[in-house]
Ligand binder design. Structure first.
Ligand SMILES: Nc1nc2c(ncn2[C@@H]2O[C@H](COP(=O)(O)OP(=O)(O)OP(=O)(O)O)[C@@H](O)[C@H]2O)c(=O)[nH]1
Ligand SMILES: [Mg+2]
Ligand SMILES: [Zn+2]
Length: 305
């Protein structure tokens, strides 16, 4: 039985050419469920890709078989490219302090890649039961200097977890992003009661995660907030416009915005530029410089000069 109606839904999972789309808060409760959908083959849809987090208009809704057709895509506010997720409001970069070991260059790349989205970025450090209290405080201080209020977690203590949960409930759509094996799914299972997604211990031999989560999937925390679990991965080289890079480091943009530092040139890259007034005495400056230098050679290659 197909209903001749068009309704808005949210893409919560994608596999091959199928999409799982959830309809919520419709006055007729029969519609409030998940539908297995395919995209309508039409000229309008040519070249348009649909991602988890996208809002779509469903048509040809079959309440019995729970199938429907995606007829069109609602304009999205943003799109994260890796992993592909649309309409996110918050990015939580998650790294473990041990197993796998904290890799500062990776944390830097994840943070930079997240900052590119222009949404609020937070840092979660998991498995703090595996380090001393002294080391934990040392890391909090380190990341504070990087410009982040790191939230430290471990499976045995509920305190920071409860604060995080309260925070997540206030956000629209948060995404968990980080290397494999750091505990993203474990955390999600604690956050959403009854959820029992697969997690796996890190490999003993190579002390790395086993890429347990395979799909990007969106989970509902309340009627107004969602969390996206993603497969873990390591960041390779980032493609960034070098002129944008200074805006992705809080240590730099805070000097410009809050302290009003003024370099001679508006597009100062803060390397050896004449008249540069940036205070370069911060830990990530080396990472910043490396990134500018490697992007510069790439930039020159593209421009051919
Ligand atoms: N000691 C300790 N182990 C933890 C903690 N949180 C998670 N783990 C363990 O870390 C392992 C990996 O957890 P997962 O949740 O599967 O990691 P993931 O980030 O989802 O990994 P992928 O899906 O591969 O990206 C599991 O064995 C968890 O039990 C923690 O706070 N302390
Ligand atoms: Mg996982
Ligand atoms: Zn400068």
């Amino acid at each position: 039985m197909r209903v001749d109606k068009k309704l808005k839904g949210l893409v919560i999972k994608k596999f091959n050419e199928f999409y799982l789309v959830e309809i919520k808060e419709h006055q007729n409760s029969e519609f409030n469920t998940k539908f297995l959908c395919k995209i309508r083959k039409s000229v309008n849809f040519r070249n348009q890709l649909v991602f988890v987090g996208d809002k779509v208009i469903l048509h040809q809704i079959d309440l019995k078989s729970k199938r429907a057709t995606i007829e069109s895509l609602v304009k999205r506010t943003n799109l994260l490219e890796r992993p592909s997720v649309a309409n996110i409001s918050n990015i939580y970069v998650i790294c473990s302090v041990e197993e796998p070991k904290l890799n500062l260059s990776q944390v830097n790349k994840f943070l930079i890649s997240a900052e590119q989205m222009g949404v609020e970025v937070s840092l979660l450090l998991t498995k703090c039961d595996l380090i001393t209290e002294q080391k934990r405080l040392f890391l909090i201080d380190k990341f504070h200097k990087w410009g982040y209020q790191a939230i430290t977690l471990n499976l045995n203590t509920p305190e920071n977890f409860i604060n995080l949960l309260t925070e997540l409930k206030k956000k629209k759509c948060s995404i968990f992003m980080g290397p494999s094996g750091v505990g993203k799914t474990t955390l999600l299972n604690r956050i959403i009661p009854g959820l029992d997604n697969t997690t796996a211990p890190v490999s003993r031999k190579i002390k790395r995660g086993k890429n347990t989560t395979r799909n990007v999937e969106l989970f509902s925390l309340s009627s107004k907030s969602y969390i996206v679990d993603t497969p873990g991965f390591n960041m390779q080289t980032l493609e960034i416009d070098i002129l944008e890079l200074p805006n992705l480091y809080p240590e730099i943009y805070k000097q410009v915005v809050h302290q009003g530092i003024n370099c001679k040139f508006r597009n100062c890259l803060h390397i050896n530029d004449e008249g540069c007034n940036l205070n370069k005495n911060f830990e990530r400056y080396t990472f910043y410089k490396e990134m500018i230098e490697s992007s510069k050679s790439h930039y020159c290659l593209i421009r051919g000069d």
